[in-house]
Design a protein around this ligand. Sequence first.
Ligand SMILES: Nc1ncnc2c1ncn2[C@@H]1O[C@H](COP(=O)(O)OP(=O)(O)OP(=O)(O)O)[C@@H](O)[C@H]1O
Ligand SMILES: [Mg+2]
Length: 301
Amino acid sequence: MFLSVSSLATAPPGSPNEMSNLTMSAPTPTSQTSALTPAPNDNAVAPAVTAPAFDVRNLSIWYGEKQAIKNISIEIPAKTVTAIIGPSGCGKSTFLRCLNRMHELVPHTRVDGEILFHGENLYRPGSDPAMARRRIGMVFQKSNPFPTMSIEENVLVGLRLNGVRDRHILNERLERSLRMAALWDEVKNDLKKPGMSISGGQQQRLCIARAIAVEPEVLLMDEPCSALDPIATARVEELIRELRTRYTIVIVTHNMQQASRVSDKTAFFYVGELIEFGDTAQIFSSPRERKTEDYITGRFG
Ligand SMILES: Nc1ncnc2c1ncn2[C@@H]1O[C@H](COP(=O)(O)OP(=O)(O)OP(=O)(O)O)[C@@H](O)[C@H]1O
Ligand SMILES: [Mg+2]
């Protein structure tokens, strides 16, 4: 929504192109508590009905011969938080990576179907994957600060790649992003220290700050809190709630309480298929599918 960044997402550590993307967005909560889950979101506000950010149609994804996503169709609303849940290996990360073309960095993948992003085919011939990654940022499970850069440089790299030179703007964005990622107070006196010199949980929040700094439209988060302690987790969840009115957020989580707390919509994946998608309150209180119920109640997964 602001400066377009060039690519710098938070590519998975070790991925072929670590500097290749980043972005984000936000949603609204749900109401109702469920017998199956923890207390839902008290601040829940019904999201306004808007055109979907992503209209995914008959999406299938293969790694070589192995099909990881099987003919999934789903409309992911804009300015809403959508949680993706499901057992390990069901295709959550694969699906997420496809939403900003990060999967293209993985060799031997093939995609069939269509993903419309605000009505435009994300995969139309000739379209630039780096552009998609600028608008659709990503935060991965494993933090991946750029190892040769300081804390400050890590946050600002996207803006700099984008040509922003004004020190005032850079300083302002640095502090704002670090504050939003609940890291400012811990690093404000150490901004020149290496990004790798802080704790794992702090590095993860640094990666979140890096994704936020370029003000993407969508933020994809793949288990962003799995390495965080409960306090940092609560702060990231708070951040997600703050961002929901401005960004579209898609978060993969294994934490049912977290899905219930932060998301407006929930999609349940199972062995590459989308089993159920609906309002989070409904999914957790009265799932339509037996498999969904079994999963959220811990009967399998
Ligand atoms: N780079 C890859 N090459 C080959 N197969 C892969 C690759 N990445 C994932 N897969 C396979 O695709 C399927 C979906 O994997 P994916 O990582 O999307 O699952 P996930 O739901 O994110 O799991 P987890 O909860 O453990 O992170 C799995 O069977 C996995 O083994
Ligand atoms: Mg995964």
